[in-house]
Every structure is written in C-alpha cells, then in structure tokens.
Design a protein around this ligand. Structure first.
Ligand SMILES: [Zn+2]
Length: 233
C-alpha cells in the first residue's frame, strides 16, 4: 500500500508551535506579509532574520506530540511506500523518529545562500550576516519558502501522488495551493483520500472520508488501523 501523508500547521500547533493561522491572523505578532515574503526580506531583512531566528530558538521549547510519533511508526510499517510531506518548517517529525520528511516549505534548521544557492543545515542566528561556509558571501537567508516562491520537491510530491493508493491530509486548512490541489491529483490517479482535521476544512467535501478531532488522537488511531490491515487483521 503506497501512502502519501501531508501534514500542516494543525499538527505542529498541538505541540504548541505558533502559526500564522492563530485567531488574530498574526504570526507571533507579525503580519504574514511583513515576515514571509521575498519583498519583506528585501525591504527589512533584519526584521525577517530576527523573526526566524526567534522561531528557530523556540524549537527548543516544543516537543513532538502523539501525531508525530504515530507517523514515525507509520514509516517503520510502510518503509519506502510512505511519502511524508509537511508544510511545517519545524523539526518535530524528525525528532519523533521520521527519517524521510519532504519539507515542501523549507526548514527553520536550514539556511539558503543567495550567493551560491546552496542549502545547508543551520542552527545558529542569521541576523548578524554570517558568511556562507561554502562561498564566503554574507548572503544567507532563512531556507523557508515564502509566499510567492515555489515550494520544494514538487516533482517528487506529484509523482508520489500519482502512484498513491491512499492520500491522507492532516491538520491543514486545505486553502493554500499547491498543497490544496494534492487531493485532486491523488483522486485523479485513483487514490482513496482521507482528511484528519480539528474541524471541517474548506476542502472537506473533496475527500472520500473526513474525521474531525485533535491530530494527537486521530492519527495514532488511524495508524493502528493501517497496522491491523498490514498484518491481515
Ligand atoms: Zn554560498
């Protein structure tokens, strides 16, 4: 059984990671257009750097929740038949034990050099403009996909959706493209589709099945079902 799982902000939110979809529409007091666009970075790079430096440091204050742990178990059950795609830029899937995570929106713990275009693991601050370890140019930016930029690994994701037997969307609003189109892509190629979300999303009716509740409850229960199916139960 080939499975594609997409996780979104709802999964991280249950670990206490703030997201810009919180009630006030702000992300830790910032408007999204002031910290998550290429234009913001051109106009006020220090504001953008300090914002992501703080998000990176705040990773130390959060832990994976049972949804992350269950998806790591799913990887052990399915091996290469699982493609885990996340919109989240934190490292909670990795810390729960997932070995192969497609971070379509980039990662807080990575830097992107505007000089040589290399991506590299990065756990320190960027607001003091450190030189790139590869090319020496002091043009490192957060390796995060901003609004108006193209997400990473779209070819790989679309290929996985094309071959999937099951597509599961967890904790996403279903409103932000291209991820919002994944359910269409999966159905077009014959996959069954399942949504696990705290509340009915904009895209709920597009799925064969939709379950509502906390990811920390729904995901472990669903992975138990997959495990039972695989063992012939
Ligand atoms: Zn460089």
């Amino acid at each position: 059984m080939r499975v594609v799982v997409l996780t979104g902000a709802g999964v991280s939110a249950e670990s206490g990671v703030p997201t810009f979809r919180d009630a006030d529409g702000l992300w830790e007091g910032h408007r999204v257009e002031d910290v998550a666009t290429p234009e913001a970075y051109e106009y006020q790079p220090s504001v953008v750097h300090k914002f992501y430096d703080a998000r990176r440091a705040a990773l130390a204050d959060v832990e994976p929740n049972p949804a992350h742990v269950a998806l790591a178990r799913l990887e052990r059950l399915l091996g290469d038949d699982l493609t885990l795609v996340t919109q989240n830029i934190d490292d909670l899937h990795e810390r729960a034990g997932s070995g192969h995570v497609v971070h379509m929106h980039g990662e807080l713990l990575s830097a992107l050099c505007r000089g040589c275009r290399r991506r590299m693991p990065w756990s320190d601050v960027l607001h003091d403009y450190p030189p790139c370890p590869h090319c020496g140019v002091a043009e490192l930016r957060p390796d995060v996909v901003w609004f108006g930029e193209i997400p990473y690994e779209m070819d790989r994701i679309l290929e996985a959706l094309t071959g999937a037997d099951l597509f599961v969307s967890i904790g996403t609003s279903g409103m932000v493209y291209p991820a919002a189109g994944f359910v269409h892509q999966a159905r077009l190629h014959g996959a069954r589709t399942l949504e696990l979300n705290l509340a009915p999303s904009e895209g709920t009716t597009l799925f064969h099945e939709s379950r509502q509740g906390p990811a920390g409850t729904l995901v472990p229960a669903w992975v138990d079902e997959v495990a039972a199916t695989l063992s012939g139960g």
